[in-house]
Design a protein around this ligand. Structure first.
Ligand code: FRU
Length: 527
């Protein structure tokens, strides 16, 4: 293994790109990262393991990096937890707290943390060419790990069997471990059960269905109460897909249904294309079906989202990788490359035909955030109207992220648009707009700054958005190289990376084609 730092990207000198370093999103100090792995809460601490190249800032030498946090916002990076070696790369997977010591790796009083990861075998291994599931365990609260000598514990002799997510399932027949993993190139989620994490029995598979024009990766399965009602539990199956997501390239879809301990049965209302969108061919029906699939995020940069195990108070919290395989290795930063999304708390709300997820960014650790003084007189007056005009918001502040919160009645306006990270002339910036004619939320990063590092990067994303009582409700989290939008109380989420040119700091709200009333508008500095 050799270092590929600098040599791979001499054009992205650290000093030139340090201004992109996120203030409130996790990035590794000086290396590459992709998928979040082994998300687990234990003893007051959230652990974030992640796909990491310890030797460089492009994908390779896959190992599990490690960071911890008490509030999901302030992270401390630790030494690599699970390293690749000459026989295997350590691909994505999960961690469970083995409370009952079913594996024998710990004791009942001091349970082991057990990682279930994919061994991606290299030429030097007798399993070369296959991907299989392996174990590692920690008896010091996740700080050091030992690979199990009986690895792999589950093989299908397949080249694309990976990304195990394991959870404890309590059914009529008692409790057991359930694994969801993928046969990536067959667009299948596969389900297994185990008593001891070491020996696994096949249960069933699911797929292809809905978005299927790419590899299925990083699945997750968990129960959630619909509208908080403990008597109305639904199961959510997350299936990440690359390429073939709604905004192009990588993205996350989900299904809502029932899991009976053996198989996952989707609700009819969450099945848009029961045999997969690909079965509809290259038609407008296929394009329409893709739009109707259930998407975790409508932006370009939210992938491999999975949830924490053992989270306190029954909360279901996910983190995604804020990137897209279309251009991930070329992001213009060094020596670090890539970051995670904010942690997002999931809820299920009843909907037409099938319940739907909502997401709230977890920002409680930043409640001391400082509301920025209004940059404009109109903003000081609380509620105000805008007709074919704009209002200036506080500028982006180096070293800090911002959250812009707004409730706006678009009324007769054709477009309500936030221009973020703009230049003084107003000719450049990232534009987040609500388009009344199409009832869409649109994020346009074509003039956001550096878009030229990859031909796939310049893009416009859109998501259907329904006003509620005529109101557009937005929470926009703006960090140094990202815009994360939570609209209509987290029903619509859109995440995009942006790399503004030096000095692009102006933020504005502009109303075109009519009148809109701004009911509330605040900007708070974070981090
Ligand atoms: C998803 C993924 C996983 C795999 C890992 C390798 O981004 O391709 O399927 O385990 O990344 O780094």
């Amino acid at each position: 293994m050799s270092s590929c730092l600098d040599a791979a990207h001499p054009e992205t000198a650290p000093a030139a790109t340090s201004r992109f370093r996120p203030a409130i999103h996790f990035s590794a100090r000086d290396t590459w990262l992709n998928d979040p792995n082994g998300l687990v809460f234990y003893d007051g601490v959230y652990h974030l393991f992640f796909q990491n190249n310890p030797y460089g800032n492009v994908w390779g030498n896959m190992s599990w990096g490690h960071a911890t946090s008490r509030d999901l916002l302030h992270w401390t990076e630790h030494p690599v937890a699970l390293a690749c070696d000459e026989t295997e790369d350590v691909f994505s997977g999960s961690v469970v707290v083995d409370h009952g010591n079913t594996s024998g790796f710990g004791t009942a009083e001091a349970p082991a943390l057990v990682a279930i990861y994919t061994s991606a075998y290299k030429a030097a291994s007798k399993h070369s060419g296959t991907q299989a599931q392996s174990l590692a365990y920690s008896t010091d609260a996740g700080m050091t790990w030992r690979k199990y000598e009986g690895n792999p514990v589950l093989t299908r002799h397949s080249a694309n069997f990976r990304d195990p997510k394991v959870f404890r399932y309590e059914g009529d027949q008692g409790a057991c471990w359930i694994m969801v993993a993928v046969e990536a190139q067959h667009q299948k989620v596969v389900f297994y059960r185990s008593e001891d994490l070491k020996s696994w029995e096949f249960l069933s598979d699911f797929g292809p269905a809905n978005a299927d024009a790419g590899e299925w990766e990083c699945p997750d399965l968990f129960p959630l109460a619909v509208d908080g009602d403990p008597d109305n539990i639904k199961w959510v199956l997350i299936v990440n897909i690359n390429p073939g997501a709604v905004a192009g390239g990588s993205g996350g879809q989900y299904f809502v249904g029932h899991f009976d301990g053996v198989r996952f049965l989707p609700d009819a209302g969450s099945l848009v294309a029961p045999a997969g969108v690909s079965a509809l061919g290259d038609s407008s029906a296929a394009a329409a079906a893709l739009q109707q699939c259930l998407w975790l995020d409508w932006g370009r940069d939210c992938y491999a989202s999975v949830s924490f195990s053992n989270a306190p108070d029954g909360r279901r919290i996910i983190i995604g990788w804020m990137n897209n395989w279309d251009y991930a290795n070329q992001l213009p930063t060094a020596p670090w490359r890539s970051s995670m999304t904010l942690a997002r708390e999931l809820r299920l709300t009843a909907g037409n035909g099938s319940a739907r997820l909502t997401q709230q960014p977890v920002l409680a650790g930043l409640c001391a955030g400082e509301e920025l003084p209004a940059a404009d007189e109109q903003m000081q007056s609380g509620t105000f109207e805008l007709r074919n005009s704009s209002v200036r918001l506080p500028e982006a502040v180096p070293g800090s992220a911002q959250i812009i919160e707004a409730e706006i009645l678009p009324q007769s306006a054709e477009e309500v648009a936030f221009h973020l990270f703009g230049n003084d002339e107003g000719s450049a910036g990232t534009v987040l707009s609500y388009n009344a004619a199409t009832a869409e939320l649109v994020l346009d990063r074509r003039r956001s700054g550096n878009t030229g590092f990859h031909e796939e990067f310049s893009s416009v994303e859109s998501a259907p958005l329904v006003l509620e009582d005529g109101v557009l409700k937005l929470q926009i989290v703006v960090d140094h190289c990202s815009v994360e939008v939570f609209a209509q109380d987290g029903k619509v989420v859109l995440t995009d990376l942006v790399f503004p040119d030096q000095g692009y700091a102006e933020n504005r709200l502009r109303v075109e084609g009519g009148l809109a009333t701004v009911r509330t508008l605040t900007v708070t500095a974070l981090g």
